[in-house]
Design a protein around this ligand. Structure first.
Ligand code: PLP
Length: 444
């Protein structure tokens, strides 16, 4: 009997005994291609020698210090690496241990900014339905995940509400073009500000490319410009959650660069440390820091492992490799290959309703009927079946999904490491297609 608790009490995953590059080997000798980098984390693949050496060096010098006394050497360098050239006016970085902790820090900083600028009524966060910002209670409250939220709704703190996501496959009407759809979403957000009271809204939070709840869904052109304008007009902060889609994953270092707007606070995590160490963080606009510096001078927040030296050393090495090896450009090149191969191989598949994404961040929406977009019944768990079928063939893909207005969307997500070769991408797409076919054949 195992005494280990994992999310699923009934399933026991294989034991991984070694991993390098894109390949993970389990105790039974099986090798699997890591086509999703876990949950879009392993951006450099496994066992990158530069990162291993950086971690080793840091462990041998300073393993841990508390930020109340010291910072480790790589911490300042990591901040400099991320915001040294002030991308989009983001001038400061704060490091925690996960994406959820990053979202919590962002929400608390937004509230503190409101207080320090004499706006104590600002306490409400607007998020989007079908969004996920983490599993801690504050982050779960800000998100509109209709699968993970409901059991905890009574104990979620804070005032939040949710508007529609930008989800053209299911929610753009046939009688409206992209511009009209974006306008409708902007009108809905504006109406929500008016309903709540514009002077009560502290922040709007969204993912530039939605990962876990909508399957690699980018917004339509102009959507984030409209959102930015509404936030600015009402004095609310724009928090962009790039935990999954950030740090090169979509073919630019920050996903927001492709939207023509910058956030006030950006949350980062998965691609920051690439899974070599648990680390997340926030990048913050200069005007927020200036207001707090002029006020209390103190971020009323903190964690024992904030700015952990070993985590920061790993993240610094990961970010330097991404820069030195031009991996963001590589993501754009391999991403085009992945898009074309997926569309060529699965674009007409009767059970693949939509193929969407950016860079090396792509998902397929699985449907029972491609013509009517009818989803598989929730009990079928098609994304989980596809995961198991592709895993049996030697590919790890990430099943994601959620419920919206009673419609269940089954998605499987691919997020290969940025070091994937042309041959890796071809292999991933072939195994993905074969796995989907296996899963369809095995349907009851
Ligand atoms: N935000 C987004 C967009 C995510 O995808 C996730 C995790 O999948 C989180 C936040 C939470 O990150 P973590 O699981 O590291 O707490």
């Amino acid at each position: 009997m195992s005494r280990l608790l994992l999310r699923n009490f009934r399933e026991r995953p294989d034991v991984a005994v070694s991993a390098s590059g894109l390949r993970i080997r389990s105790a039974d000798g099986r090798e699997v291609i890591d086509g999703s980098g876990g949950a879009a984390v392993a951006c450099l693949g496994h066992a990158h020698p530069v990162v291993l050496e950086a971690i080793r060096k840091q462990i041998e010098t300073v393993c841990y210090v508390h930020t109340g006394f010291y910072v480790g050497e790589p911490v300042e360098a990591l901040a400099e690496q991320l915001v040294g050239h002030e991308p989009g006016g983001l001038t400061h970085a704060y490091f925690v241990s996960s994406g959820s902790e990053g979202v919590e820090a962002a929400l608390k900083l937004a509230r503190q900014y409101a207080l320090e600028t004499g706006q104590p009524r600002r306490e409400h966060v607007i998020g989007r339905r079908q969004s996920y910002h983490g599993n801690t209670l504050g982050a779960l409250g800000a998100g509109g995940n209709q699968v993970r939220r409901p059991p905890y709704a009574p104990i979620l703190p804070g005032a939040s509400s949710h508007v529609s996501p930008c989800y053209p496959y299911r929610e753009q009407r046939t009688d409206e073009d992209a511009a009209a759809y974006v306008q409708r979403l902007a009108n809905e957000l504006e109406a929500e500000f008016q309903r709540v009271g514009p002077d009560r809204v502290m922040a709007f939070i969204a993912e530039p490319v939605v990962g876990a709840t909508l399957g690699c869904q980018p917004a339509l052109p102009g959507y984030f410009r409209a959102v930015r304008e509404i936030c600015d007009r009402h004095g609310a902060l724009l928090i962009l959650d790039e935990v999954m889609c950030g740090l090169g994953r979509t073919g630019t270092l920050h996903a927001w660069e492709q939207e023509g707007v910058a956030p006030d606070i950006q949350v980062i995590a998965k691609g920051l440390g690439g899974g070599y160490q648990p680390i997340g963080g926030i990048l913050v606009a200069g005007r927020i820091i200036a207001a707090i510096e002029a006020g209390s001078g103190l971020h009323r927040h903190g964690h024992t492992y904030a700015a952990h030296p070993v985590a920061c050393a790993a993240a610094l090495a990961v970010q330097q490799v991404i820069r030195d090896e031009n991996l963001v450009e590589q993501v754009a090149i391999r991403g085009r290959q992945l898009e074309q191969a997926l569309k060529r191989r699965l674009g007409q598949h009767p059970h693949v309703g939509d193929i969407r994404g950016r860079g090396l961040f792509w998902a397929m929406e699985l449907v029972e009927d491609r013509e009517t977009k009818r989803p598989f019944a929730p009990g079928i768990g098609m994304n989980g079946r596809v995961k198991l079928a592709t895993f049996a063939r030697g590919l790890a893909c990430y099943p994601v999904g959620g419920t919206i207005d009673g419609v269940r969307g089954d998605h499987v997500l691919l997020a290969p490491p940025y070091i994937a070769t042309e041959a890796d991408i071809e292999a991933i797409v072939e195994l993905m297609a074969a796995g989907i076919d296996d899963a369809v054949r095995a349907l009851p």
